[in-house]
Design a protein. Structure first.
Length: 109
């Protein structure tokens, strides 16, 4: 984990341990129990990897009842202010503005 990573919300010991185990590996899974803060750990890990220059994009796939929570709560609450974020929520039938936003991803990469 990046030594200079500034947590927006302080991690619990078990969350810090999970991040330390993940480190900067190419692949890792957080197989933690429900309610233990997996989302925060993942967000902090992504932020740390971004600051190390090892990640510049993330695609998060979540169940229908949860995905809005990532956009409105989890990412804004936990992602370090040092990490620039742009969150786009996919919708199956986008309006003109949403389509333009989705299409803008292609221009980035």
């Amino acid at each position: 984990m990046t030594v200079n990573y500034k947590f927006k919300t302080k991690p619990y010991d078990h969350q810090r341990t999970a991040m330390d185990h993940a480190g900067d590996r190419d692949a890792f899974g957080f197989f933690m129990e429900m309610g233990t803060g997996k989302s925060k750990v993942l967000i902090d890990n992504l932020g740390s990897l971004f600051l190390e220059g090892k990640c510049n994009f993330a695609l998060i796939i979540a169940p229908k009842g949860v995905y809005r929570n990532w956009v409105s709560k989890e990412i804004p609450e936990h992602m370090s202010d040092d990490v620039p974020t742009r969150v786009i929520r996919w919708v199956s039938s986008p309006n003109k503005t949403q389509r333009k936003e989705l299409d803008s991803i292609k221009e980035m990469y």
